[in-house]
Design a protein around this ligand. Structure first.
Ligand code: SAM
Ligand code: SF4
Length: 445
């Protein structure tokens, strides 16, 4: 067996893709390793969403150049491949900046990986076309033992790409137009995961609630329909989905949160900013009030739902007053968790061409203020869980001896002193304390 080492950057969709690459290459005799020094093939699965994320790849390539040299001195060959959104966006440019790279391939080519790796043994290969065929049709199923080794929770990509064109975002360019997988294909993959012991599936998409896959009759169905179909799979206990766009939160999905217990009461619903002027120039296609009204409707349907979001500070033209509107929106919503970023100029997006770019020190200072507020809200949310009892799916051993760790319905890690035999089960746990991000509890018999 040859050894494959994949380093994954960025979002959950890249985590899912790395597993698919590993499955595709298993057929050509590659076995995954966590030890880079053993690798015959190193793949960096990259992220292009912010400048820092993209630049990390080039620093890693500097380290890989040295490693490859020392491997060559020992008579060992090591091939280097670049996958993901940097590969898609920069293509040939990567080879120019880093001649150590043998193979560059975009997210739509993962099913062709065995052939591409074969070619790259003799020549430099760059593959960034959007092929006509459905890559998911051609990607092999994960083997049962591989699924078991990957654990009890799994990601499953149900749609890719995005047609929203937010003016700050590279996704529509790197991942292409929005494409949804047919329902039967998703159900078959979910069944395969459950057969390998998976209890919780998180459905993924750059814009997952824009899902509109075809059913067996050729009718277009929304995310709620897909969720109900998956809910019928015996042995599957929990479903989640991410990331959603406020514009695509339809009534059926909100009702699913009300009616379907296995759909976890946690929703990642990015708003990005609280000022209508900024939302408009970001091309988010909704106002702050529309977002707040939507939150009200979702919370009426499912009162215990925990919310998380994404925020960008320092988008071009953002004044102190605009930023205060973001702070106010956060205070009004009360998030359970959140991700916040300084605006990063992405070449080729409309935001990069806008006047009134905000200075770095202003972005930095605003981000500090926003994160302080978001961290306080997360702490408050975790503290509000103390004294409550809810079901926890135990996933693995904890850090300390005699401890196991699982996830609450609200996605918090929960640590409990209990026997390892409870891993893989859902237990009612009463919460008695909080750490920085996790909860501590006791199993209620
Ligand atoms: N589709 C999701 C949505 O509509 O909110 C988000 C997908 S994007 C991969 C994840 C997050 O990265 C975004 O929600 C946004 O907050 C952040 N992001 C995207 N482009 C960015 C940029 N140019 N600078 C800073 N953050 C950015
Ligand atoms: Fe990017 Fe999300 Fe906007 Fe699509 S909806 S352009 S993925 S931020």
């Amino acid at each position: 067996m040859k050894k494959l080492f994949i380093k994954t950057y960025g979002c959950q969709m890249n985590v899912y893709d790395s597993d698919r690459m590993s499955d595709a290459l298993a057929a050509s005799g590659y076995e995954a390793t966590t030890e880079i020094n053993d690798a015959d093939l190193v793949v960096l699965n990259t992220c292009h969403i912010r400048e820092k994320a993209a630049e990390k790849v080039y620093s890693e390539l500097g380290r890989l150049r040295i490693l490859r040299k020392s491997q060559e001195a020992k008579g060992k060959k090591m091939m280097i491949g670049i996958a993901g959104c940097v590969a898609q966006a920069e293509g040939e440019e990567i080879m120019r900046r880093a001649p150590v790279v043998d193979l560059v391939f975009g997210p739509q080519s993962y099913h062709k990986l065995p052939e591409l790796v074969g070619r790259a043994a003799n020549e430099k290969v760059v593959e960034t076309d959007f092929p006509a065929e459905d890559k998911f049709e051609h990607l092999p199923k994960a083997k049962r033992e591989t699924t078991i080794a990957r654990g009890l929770t799994s990601f499953l990509t149900v749609q890719e790409g995005c047609d929203k064109f937010c003016s700050f975002c590279v996704v529509p360019y790197t991942r292409g137009a929005e494409v949804s997988r047919p329902i039967a294909q998703v159900v078959a993959e979910a069944q395969n995961l459950v057969d390998g012991g998976v209890k919780e599936i998180t459905l993924l998409g750059q814009n997952v609630n824009a899902y509109h896959g075809l059913d067996e009759m050729g009718n277009s169905k929304g995310l709620a329909d897909l969720i109900y179909r998956l809910a019928d799979i015996k042995g599957l206990d929990r479903l989640r989905y991410t990331t959603s766009h406020p514009r695509d939160m339809d009534d059926a999905l909100i009702e699913a949160h009300r009616d379907l217990d296995m759909l976890m009461p946690y929703l990642h619903l990015p708003v990005q900013a609280g000022s209508d002027k900024i939302l408009k120039s970001m091309n988010r296609q909704h106002t702050a009030k529309e977002y707040m009204d939507l939150i009200d409707r979702i919370r009426t349907a499912r009162p215990d739902l925990a919310l998380s979001g994404d925020f960008i500070v320092g988008f071009p033209g953002e004044t102190e007053e605009d930023f205060e509107a973001t702070m106010q929106l956060v205070k009004d919503v009360h998030y359970a968790a959140a991700y916040s970023f300084k605006y990063s100029t992405r070449p080729g997006t409309p935001g990069a061409e806008m006047d009134e770019q905000v200075p770095e020190d202003v972005k930095y200072e605003r981000l500090q203020r926003l994160q302080e507020l978001l961290n306080a809200q997360q702490k408050e949310f975790n503290q509000s869980c103390v004294g409550q009892t809810f079901p926890v799916l135990f996933e693995k051993k904890g850090r300390d001896e005699g401890q196991i760790v699982g996830r609450s319905p609200y996605l918090q890690p929960v640590q409990v002193d209990a026997d390892l035999s409870l891993i893989g089960t859902i237990q009612q746990v009463s919460m008695h304390d909080t750490g920085k991000f996790s909860l501590f509890g006791k199993i209620v018999t």
